[in-house]
Design a protein around this ligand. Structure first.
Ligand SMILES: Cc1cc2nc3c(=O)[nH]c(=O)nc-3n(C[C@H](O)[C@H](O)[C@H](O)COP(=O)(O)OP(=O)(O)OC[C@H]3O[C@@H](n4cnc5c(N)ncnc54)[C@H](O)[C@@H]3O)c2cc1C
Length: 368
């Protein structure tokens, strides 16, 4: 039922704008409005904080179905979970009440600010600093590649509070867009997900109350990594959705397009390609759903499965979307058809929330 609901909403309210959002590189406002109106913008927020209380699998299905028509729009529910999960996992009751309510209502979005210009895969090498000043912390630094920066009201920001302790000297904070000293860089000009703003976040003597720290001092990096164990599964969901959108389109196309006097779908060479695409996609879906169940149960092997699902599903999305372009021939290479956008959008799923090289490092360290 959930899938049917979100699919019809996505097809009616989000899909019609997907090409324009990509072409114009603008935030998918229509998608945000439609998702908020149906309470699907941040389904993971627990009921006690005013949310829908969706479990990890239900959240995956929402993201998957939105990504099937518009990858940029799927970053609304995905990044709302990414940004707020540190608060849900490690925040005080007061922080949860203060920040999850507006998120659940659709009054605010939440971003996640870990990466920096010189600290990507090696996130613990970050330079952003937080220095204690009485009942306040003062933050200074630059966060890079922050999804939905400028659109979100709230930011989970990881910053160094004790440089001597490396990853154990990093703490997490909630920073608000309206805090004095917060500003944003120009939107990045990207290959894909062009409707999802990616900007730098500048923290210039941002003075915030001490109770905005998420969890204990020095636990920020652990919280950031624990968060990714869960949210890599949402990136896998996004990859599944993009691949499914491309497969669905290609499946229809090969029945219409005629060459040598018959639909190209009658050729075995084409049928075998479609069979492989569907097989890989289904394998990725099973791994992703299994990882989602592990996320919900907090199983001990979640770290391996979260990384495996993200890595496998994103590699599949890249293969399936590339094959979909191939199946449309020259037409697939143009913006008159959606598969070239899907191929460009798929690429990011191999890069963010840890590149697929990093996922393999994580898997190797956590073999089941
Ligand atoms: C569109 C977009 C949105 C993003 N959104 C967010 C966000 O909301 N919040 C956030 O905090 N970050 C975000 N990111 C950042 C993203 O997570 C990083 O780009 C990513 O982790 C890689 O870091 P890097 O770009 O610095 O690459 P680098 O770490 O410099 O990596 C370059 C290459 O080296 C490889 N490499 C690095 N180390 C190793 C190793 N030990 N072994 C093998 N290979 C290695 C990488 O796999 C990659 O191929 C976003 C990025 C993009 C592009």
């Amino acid at each position: 039922m959930l899938r049917e609901t979100i699919r019809s909403l996505a097809e009616a309210k989000i899909a019609p704008h997907a090409a324009a959002v990509d072409e114009e590189g603008r935030f998918p406002r229509e998608a945000l409005d439609a998702l908020v109106a149906s309470d699907l913008h941040a389904v993971h927020v627990p009921e006690e904080y005013g949310g829908a209380g969706a479990d990890a699998l239900a959240t995956v299905i929402v993201i998957e179905e939105v990504a099937r028509v518009c990858a940029s729009s799927s970053l609304i529910p995905a990044v709302n979970k990414l940004g707020s999960l540190p608060v849900i996992l490690s925040g005080s009751e007061d922080l949860k009440k203060k920040y999850l309510g507006p998120l659940a209502k659709g009054d605010a979005m939440f971003s996640y600010a870990l990466s920096e210009p010189d600290a990507g895969s090696d996130a613990a090498g970050m330079k952003t600093k937080a220095v204690r000043d009485g009942d306040f912390w003062v933050l200074n630094g630059v966060k890079r590649w922050i999804t939905n920066a400028g659109e979100s009201e709230y930011y989970t920001v990881m910053a160094v509070t004790d440089p001597a302790k490396r990853s154990k000297g990093i703490s997490a904070f909630v920073v608000e867009k309206s805090d004095e000293g917060v500003s944003f860089g120009a939107p990045e000009k990207k290959l894909g997900i062009k409707g999802s703003p990616t900007r730098e976040v500048y923290l210039d003597n941002v003075r915030i109350p001490a109770d905005r720290m998420i969890g204990e001092e020095g636990t920020g990096f652990a919280t950031a990594m624990k968060t990714l164990d869960h949210t890599r599964i949402t990136i896998a969901a996004q990859a599944l959705g993009i691949a499914q959108g491309a497969l669905d389109y290609a499946k229809g196309y090969v029945q219409e397009r005629k060459q040598f006097g018959k639909p190209i779908g009658d050729f075995q060479g084409i049928q075998f390609m479609l069979a492989d695409m569907a097989m890989k996609l289904e394998a990725a879906r099973q791994l992703t759903y299994s990882a989602a169940a592990k996320s919900e149960r907090l199983d001990g092997d979640l770290t391996f499965f979260g990384a495996a699902a993200k890595c496998f599903a994103s590699d599949v999305a890249m293969e399936v979307t590339t094959d979909a372009v191939q199946l449309l021939g020259g037409y697939g290479y143009t913006r008159d058809y959606p598969v070239e956008r899907m191929m460009r959008d798929a690429k990011i799923t191999q890069i963010y929330e840890g590149t697929n090289q990093v996922q393999r490092i994580v898997m190797a360290r956590n073999l089941p």
